[in-house]
Design a protein around this ligand. Structure first.
Ligand code: PLP
Length: 401
């Protein structure tokens, strides 16, 4: 044990006391006895959501009924909520639309990117370590568009992109290891090869600054139930860069994306702007729960979120080093800040699944990913330094024979 447990516990208390984001925890429904480190899988419940949803159900749906599509702003909610998400990922208004799942938005973006590609570009580069759904969807998009898939590590995308490449689909943060990829550098390299890039922001939006406009990103997708706390199955989002919107040819041109949906025309004329990324009738209850959940971000600076995230993960790694017997776990999350997202993944060669079950039983909620990874997500809006210290302490007991 390289550091004393009492010292680390005291240090955690001091760090929490000095943390400017600490008061935000009160905006979430979380027990003081819960060490919730799974906000990278399902974000905690913001307090504003229950009352807002009750109001939507009773007043907007119950009393106003169908009038709410216009009078309660239901019809325009996908663009309104999209702009709110855009604010958190460096997108000026009018480029993000909320709706559908990440998987569906990956499909829209990848097919649309291939349709934008010049002649002879018939290759889709896919992050070899991608979250599986992105790979499955990209493979289907390739079959539909006559492209072939090439899987390469995200770091290899700049070298792999060439004159045959139509689009590269890359995860900003690797869901398993927590590795942060170089979004500006990869984007610039893919553009230099004459191709487009689709970024999956599932594990970065709400955890660290993302600058879609400034970095020239073509397309981006992400979910909202992880660091954005939108709730189980909350709508995902699609970003289409403003310059590309007039040429964005959606493979799912549902009636909600029509320029004049209520004309009920047999002919399709796409809407202008982000609405072109819509498909069918939005899941209004989930969408408005998400809108309420996003209120906690008002006045929060992503730079402060990032600073706390790195401090939390650094501190957790120190606690693990101090408490957990040598060799029982090994971090697969990069030590370098520039390559780290907001989680710590520990490879646990012996019985990782059972270790996580024991952690959860003792109130430390992380998760397990095949084959041997323990994941601990640090959602900076509500995770305490004391949580990091407790989790490492309980982990040390759980791995002990
Ligand atoms: C969580 C996650 C998804 C989830 O996709 P859904 O269609 O919303 O279920 C997709 N991609 C990545 C990288 C993820 O981390």
């Amino acid at each position: 044990m390289s550091e004393d447990g009492h010292d680390l516990a005291r240090e955690a208390t001091a760090l929490d006391g000095a943390d400017a984001l600490a008061p935000l925890r009160a905006a979430f429904v979380l027990g003081d006895d819960t060490v919730y480190l799974d906000g990278n899988s399902l974000g905690a419940l913001p307090r504003t959501v229950a009352a807002r949803l009750a109001g939507v159900v009773e007043q907007e749906w119950g009393r106003l009924g169908i009038r709410s599509w216009t009078e309660s702003g239901w019809w325009t909610a996908p663009e309104r909520v999209g702009d709110r998400i855009g604010h958190l990922v460096g997108a000026a208004p009018g480029q993000v639309v909320a709706g559908d799942s990440t998987s569906v938005n990956v499909f829209k973006a990848v097919v649309a990117a291939v349709r934008l590609a010049g002649p002879g570009r018939d290759e889709i580069l896919v992050d070899a370590q991608t979250f599986p759904t992105d790979g499955y969807i990209a493979a289907s998009a390739a079959r539909l568009t006559g492209c072939r898939i090439r899987a390469v590590a995200a770091g290899e995308v700049p070298r792999a992109a060439g004159e045959r490449t139509a689009v590269a689909l890359v995860n900003h943060v690797d869901y398993r290891t927590g590795r942060l990829h170089d979004l500006p550098g990869i984007t610039a390299a893919v553009h230099a090869a004459g191709a487009r890039v689709v970024w999956d922001l599932c594990h970065s939006a709400g955890a660290l600054p993302v600058e879609l406009d400034a970095d020239g990103v073509d397309f981006a997708v992400g979910c909202t139930y992880k660091y954005l706390n939108g709730g189980p199955g909350s709508p995902a989002y699609l970003y289409v860069r403003r310059e590309l919107q007039p040429r964005f040819d959606s493979p799912l041109p549902g009636w909600n994306s029509h320029a004049d949906p209520f004309a009920m025309s047999p002919d399709y004329t796409p809407a202008q702007g982000s609405a072109r990324g819509r498909v069918g009738t939005p899941a209004i209850l989930s969408l408005l729960a998400l809108e309420a959940a996003l209120e906690v971000w008002d006045g929060v600076h992503l730079a402060a979120v990032r600073a706390k995230s790195l401090a939390l993960t650094d501190f957790f790694l120190r606690c693990v080093e101090a408490y957990v017997p040598q060799g029982a776990v090994e971090s697969v999350t990069p030590a370098v800040h520039g390559e780290r997202g907001s989680q710590v993944s520990l490879r646990c060669p012996s019985g990782a699944g059972a270790v996580m079950e024991e952690l959860v039983r003792r109130g430390v909620v992380g998760d397990f990913r095949q084959p041997d990874v323990l994941r601990f997500g640090f959602a900076p809006l509500y995770t305490r330094f004391a949580d990091a210290e407790s989790a490492a302490r309980v982990l040390a007991e759980a791995v002990a024979p």
